[in-house]
Design a binder for this molecule. Structure first.
Ligand code: NAD
Length: 459
């Protein structure tokens, strides 16, 4: 009998397991894949970042380094090695999580779990069925890619992000369905490696939910880089005919390509878990319903991460894993959803935290805004990464920082300071008066904070 059973070994589940172990609780972690780390580590964030870094190096050597005096001889792409490197990164990190489980004395079971009654779980393993009992259960089973009616995914030429992480050759023409985070990140990888990339998006904008001003700037940059966007374009079907993908769009047009990436969102992985046995309620879209303590509608069962909806982000799942465990075993535990950063790992990166300007306008909130372009930042000039800007939104009366949106090189690193500012309830004046090292890209954050009060220094 364990204190806690966790179903799912992704960032939500395995981090919850470590936190419970730190609190001296006995934990059983059940995961159906041999590697821990979930979608994020196996077929998501980590392998895509390995490919983004490698493809960035290739593109730099091909197009940008000569202008800086670094002349490369004959350049060739060794895609097989690039893919092997990605796999080795995943293997190393998965091994690291195995080590963390051992160090924390967490019991692992490799198999598929089903909840049969409160505190009771059966696991189908390769050696048969195993019964597990525990005082509490946390469900952290994540999400799976969504698709659309009419798309005939063959798991090869027409596939999801999982396939797009291991195309064996660079597609001549890649069609991406959906201009969300996955479509843009993986579209960027294959564009850099030489593919013609066409993104078909249903809405009249890319990256829904992100700050419109920043996203419009991003679209122009991506177009300059060579990605073709067809906005307001509803895909109605896709199939492979003699190794050629044919994608149909509303109106009857058919576009041909040699590969199709379907990136139209993800859905909760909440089926076949036996949740109906114990009264865990799902919403209309299949997400597990939880309260502010991440409690489901069944006593003794909590849920965290993608399976409960909200931002589908590994770090949000981790925060929830910790909060759920702390709530059970210490009585407190909290996630500040206003301070969860989001990063799109394109070039330039796009990062944001807090409210978008669109939301503040919708809510009729009075705010002040300060922006600073990387064009006027010394470090960005020196590195040749002058695209983009920092935008800070602060409450018009209190000056409290409400949102920060950055497009630019290393935006994903710069957003950490802004997240801390929001978490601590800082004002834009607090950021403006904080000394930032020179020359760094972070100075653009300080300048944007100064700009909120009309005191920008270097422009
Ligand atoms: P998404 O929801 O971000 O974007 C899907 C896009 O597909 C939307 O723009 C939508 O309008 C479009 N679409 C839907 N139906 C369509 C149709 N018939 N024709 C054309 N376009 C259509 O989903 P995603 O990019 O698949 O990502 C899934 C989840 O994973 C998201 O929640 C995302 O935040 C998360 N994720 C995050 C990161 C990151 O933080 N860096 C990376 C990868 C994935």
């Amino acid at each position: 009998m364990s204190d806690l059973i966790i179903i799912g070994g992704g960032p939500g589940g395995y981090v919850a397991a470590i936190r419970a172990a730190q609190l001296k609780k006995s934990v059983t972690l059940i995961e159906k894949e041999p590697q821990l780390g979930g979608t994020c580590l196996r077929v998501g964030c980590i392998p895509s970042k390995a490919l983004l870094e490698s493809s960035h190096m290739y593109e730099s050597a091909q197009h940008h380094m000569a202008a800086r005096g670094v002349v490369v001889g004959k350049l060739t792409l060794d895609l097989a090695t690039m893919l092997q490197h990605k796999e080795s990164v995943v293997r190393t990190l998965a091994g690291g999580i195995d080590g963390l489980m051992k160090k924390n004395k967490i019991t692992r079971i490799l198999g598929t779990a089903k909840v049969t009654a409160p505190g009771r779980v059966t696991v189908e393993t390769k050696d048969g069925t195993q019964e597990v009992a525990g005082d509490h259960i946390i469900i952290a089973t994540g999400s799976v890619p969504s698709t659309l009616p009419g798309l005939e995914l063959d798991g090869d030429r027409i596939g999801t992000s999982t396939e797009a992480l291991c195309y064996p050759e660079v597609p001549k023409h890649l069609i991406v369905i959906g201009a969300g985070v996955i479509g843009l990140e993986l579209g960027t990888v294959w564009r850099r490696l030489g593919a013609k990339v066409t993104v078909l998006e249903y809405l009249d904008r890319i990256l829904p939910g992100m700050d419109t001003e920043i996203v419009n700037e991003a679209r122009k940059i991506f177009e300059k880089q060579g990605i073709e966007f067809r906005l307001g374009c509803k895909v109605t079907g896709a199939k492979v005919v003699k190794k050629v993908c044919e994608v149909s769009i509303d109106g009857g047009e058919v576009i041909k390509a040699d590969r199709v990436l379907v990136a139209v969102g993800r859905k909760a992985n909440s089926q076949n878990l036996g949740l109906e046995n114990v009264g865990v309620q799902l919403d209309k879209r299949g997400f597990i319903v939880v309260d502010k303590h991440l409690m489901t509608t069944a006593p003794g069962i909590q849920a965290v991460g993608d399976v409960i909806g909200g931002a589908m982000l590994a770090h949000k799942a981790e925060e929830e894993g910790v909060a759920a465990v702390e709530h059970i075993f210490t009585g407190y535990g909290h996630v500040n959803y206003d301070a969860i950063p989001g990063v799109v790992y394109t070039e330039p990166e796009i990062a944001s935290v807090g409210f978008t300007e669109d939301t503040l306008i919708q809510q009729g909130r009075k705010y002040r805004k300060g922006s600073f372009p990387f064009m006027a930042n010394g470090r960005a000039k020196a590195s040749g990464t002058t695209d983009g800007k920092v935008k800070i939104l602060a409450d018009a009366e209190t000056d409290r920082v409400l949102g920060v949106h950055i497009i630019g090189a290393h935006a994903g690193e710069l957003i950490a300071e802004c997240t801390a500012a929001i978490e601590f309830g800082a004002s834009s004046e607090d950021i403006a008066r904080t000394c930032h090292a020179h020359p760094t890209l972070a100075e653009a954050v300080k300048e944007a904070a100064l700009a909120v009060d009309g005191r920008v220094l270097h422009m």
